[in-house]
Ligand binder design. Structure first.
Ligand code: CA
Ligand code: ZN
Length: 326
């Protein structure tokens, strides 16, 4: 009887093993868009806990929480408390304060249409308007139908991606050193974003996808769309960062946000100088020459309460000095 039982258990174990193998990758997690945050703070309650190394397939609402769907929807009925929902937060096991969360963005699939909005209180050209206006733009075959003359090939990007901040509370409408509403149009498929971790589990949240957005985001919106973002997280214990860093394959960039572009430029530039001082065998004088000769400052956005810039250095140059990237 005992022998029979043990044989039976063996069969059960083998079957269980086969079943597990037949299921989807256990390291891949789908996250629907039902639970969002509107601020990155310390002590948020996670909607999901995933192991380090997990792949996440995250559904996101557009920045209007999908409240504007048709041209005749009423903009005055929009609930502005639901602006910029970020799906999450997601607890990533082993992430501790002082670590860095490496996020490889694999794909960003946008919805069937996008929304743009202008308002008299919002955007660089706000003085030209006496109210709030929006337009729906269909997205067909990878192109935004702007009007009968112009179809724009999409370049999907993530507006809001962040983790719990060191302290305080940051609306998902603003960027800061935790990431957040960086509206940096390079944050799309194929790049790796590094965010400084300030809380156990990091607490990642993602939202505000744009089918396309220019540098600056001058009217305050990109082509806003719901989306499905696939990304892979990896906790880096060997890195320390003050601000988000982006690697687009060719360049390493420090992304910094501050009250003014001038202040943001100083933060991004001095963070890059510190990274290079730690990674390449040049003194600060020569790092300065290198950054001034070959580095580039770019404006990411000028419309979210804080301004965002990035300082970019070519990885080919840094490789010469033994730093091919993180
Ligand atoms: Ca945004
Ligand atoms: Zn947006």
């Amino acid at each position: 009887m005992m022998m029979y039982f043990m044989r039976l258990m063996l069969v059960v174990f083998i079957l269980a093993g086969l079943c597990t193998a037949a299921l989807a990758d256990p390291e891949t997690f789908e996250v629907n868009d039902e639970k969002s945050i509107y601020a990155f703070t310390q002590g948020m309650t996670p909607i999901l806990t995933v192991p380090n190394g997990a792949t996440l397939i995250i559904k996101t609402k557009d920045c209007f929480a999908n409240q504007l769907q048709k041209p005749d929807d009423k903009i005055d009925t929009v609930d502005w408390n639901q602006i910029n929902p970020a799906t999450g937060p997601i607890f990533i096991e082993t992430a501790e304060p002082g670590d860095v969360l490496e996020i490889k963005i694999e794909s960003v699939e946008v919805g069937k249409q996008g929304v743009m909005m202008v308002d008299k209180t919002f955007g660089v050209l706000k003085d030209r308007f006496d109210g709030m206006y929006f337009r729906i733009m269909p997205i067909e075959d990878g192109k935004i139908i702007f009007d009968e003359k112009l179809s724009i090939p999409i370049r999907p990007m993530i507006g809001v991606i962040g983790v719990a901040p060191k302290s305080g509370s940051f609306s998902t409408g603003t960027p800061h050193s935790h990431g957040g509403n960086m509206d940096t149009n390079l944050i799309g498929a194929g790049v790796t974003l590094y965010l400084p971790v300030s809380e156990k589990g990091a607490m990642l949240a993602v939202g505000d996808i744009h089918a396309i957005q220019g540098e600056g985001e001058i009217c305050g919106t990109g082509v806003e769309t719901p989306a499905v973002v696939t990304l892979k997280v990896n906790v880096r214990k060997d890195m320390k960062l003050n601000n988000p860093v982006l690697d687009d394959g060719a360049n390493i960039m420090v992304i910094a946000s501050a009250q003014t572009l001038d202040e943001a430029a100083v933060i991004a530039t001095s963070d890059m100088a510190d990274i290079l001082a730690a990674k390449i065998p040049l003194d600060m004088e020569n790092i300065n020459y290198l950054m001034s000769a070959l580095g580039n400052l770019h404006i990411s956005q000028v419309v979210d309460p804080l301004m965002t810039v990035r300082f970019s250095m070519g990885k080919d140059i840094l490789s010469i000095y033994g730093f091919p990237g993180f």
